[in-house]
Design a protein around this ligand. Sequence first.
Ligand SMILES: [Zn+2]
Length: 384
Amino acid sequence: MRAHVDVDAVVATTTALVGVDTQNPPGRERDLIPLCRDLLGDFDARFEEVEPAPGRISLLATIGAGDGCRPTLLVNGHLDVVPVDRAGWTRDPFVAEVVDGRLYGRGTADMKGGIAAAVEALHALFRAGREPSCDIVFHLVADEEVGGALGSGTLVDQGRVHADACLVPEPTGLALCVAERGMMKATVTVHGRPAHGSQPRNGISAVEKAAKVVLALHAADFGGPDHPLLGRPTCNVGMISGGNGHNIVAPRCQLVIDRRVLPGATCEATEAEVRRLIDAIDDPELSYDLESQVFGEASELDTDHPFVARMQAALTTTLGRPAPVIGMVFATDARFMRNQAGIPAIVCGPGEIAQAHTNDEWVAVDQLVDAAAAYAELFSTFGS
Ligand SMILES: [Zn+2]
């Protein structure tokens, strides 16, 4: 199948997608919709648009009869990219170019390259004289980079996501990812009692109490067995701010924490674990509030699921070896498919995880081609 992939075409498609600025915030995915319609129009796709907020469009495209007679494979790719810090780039992030086999530009790895590879897979398949064995539905969604509420989250809430399996072409270096950790961002506010700085024992220092909380939480062991692909849950105390003068006993100190959790952990349980560690500090003067701002649950697909074998077969045919089966320490829209929509989902795409969200982001052209070839194999075998 690799011989039927047009290298120039997959590079050109990625370049065109990168050329439309969809930094999120603000997103502006609407600007990319005409190009996406063009790319999929070659395959007689039927389109729908979902726009839960102005400009924040997700494009739904069905290729095939869509009558349920054949299995349906969903390809979910996000159109938004993370913001660019131009000072850190040595090139124009929105004018992609190939240098030494690497295609540079914002979104080349995460994940416009993956979307381009999926589109090229369809061309390659038809060029090879074969056809998809299933209906293929593309959900080209908004808002993934800040949690997906206005993209995949909305589609799931509206009951628009129906498929027998889902491929998410996010960058994994073409490893086969079946599990991802969840994340909680939370703020711990420690309360003190102010006093004159010359007499610290007359007050309660929120800074001193917060120091105890930092030691209790940072890199804490939350117990439980290691997950075979995701390891252990973690906690990072990423930010601290407090006090309002060197000569005042601090009345208040805030910590912002990043907790990563395993499949099955709820928001409530994750909060409770943090409270348990803080409450175990033996200090009657320690007073605090805990508030979570963001929670995305972990998710996983059983490695024995037939879709994993199907995807592995497509990768093995293309790469000449099986792909590693991995878990990722961060969350993607695959969690909506696995947890809310009940659809088996695999994340597997071109580009290295380490390239996502970096300056001078790039994807190897060879991986774009491998991805397109592997997706074409999957499209031709999924429904057979
Ligand atoms: Zn991504």
